[in-house]
Design a protein around this ligand. Sequence first.
Ligand SMILES: [Zn+2]
Ligand SMILES: [Zn+2]
Length: 186
Amino acid sequence: MNQTKQCTKCNEVKRVSEFNKDHRNKGSLRSYCRSCQANYNRQYTMSNIGKAHKALSKAKYNRKLAEKKYGISIKDTLKIYDIAFIQAERECIYCEQDVPRGQMTIDHVLTFAQGGTNEFSNLLPACNTCNKRKGSKPVLEFLKESCDEHVTKQVVFRLALRQRINYEEMLLKLQAPEQLQEIVSQ
Ligand SMILES: [Zn+2]
Ligand SMILES: [Zn+2]
C-alpha cells in the first residue's frame, strides 16, 4: 500500500495523513499537502479576488438572513465583478478619504429593512468607519449629520445614475424609502 505521496507544490514526499481528502474527487487526496494548501488558502483570502468572493458571500448571506427575519423576498443580482468594482474604488463616498487597498467596504445605501436590495444600484464604496457609523440610519439623515452638501449631491447623483432615474426622482426615493414599517417598529 502506498502510504506516501508527493506534494505537487513543495515537491516533498509526505505521509498520506498530511494530505486532505479531495471532496471534488471521491476517494482521492488533494495534490497539495496540508501546509501548502493552508498557505495557498491564506494567499487567496488576501488576494483581491479572494476578498471580493468573501464580500459577495457575506452580502448574499446577510440577504438570506434578512429575508428570513422579515419574511420577504429581496432582489439580488449581485455578481463577483460588481463587488470587485466597488472594492477597487480608492475613495470612501462619504468622507472622501483614501482607503488603503483591500480595505474598502460595501455599503448598502438603503438597508434591507428600508426596502433596499442586494443589487449594484444600491451599493456604494465606504470606509469601514463611515459604514459602521451609518449603520441602519436612513442615508439622508446620515449625510446630513456627517457630510457636507457637496458629498450629499455626489451620493444622490451616483445612485441616480446607477438606477437610471433622474436626480430629483432619486432624492424622493431616498426621502421616502419603502420602509417595512410594521417590521422595523417591532
Ligand atoms: Zn507541500
Ligand atoms: Zn469614510
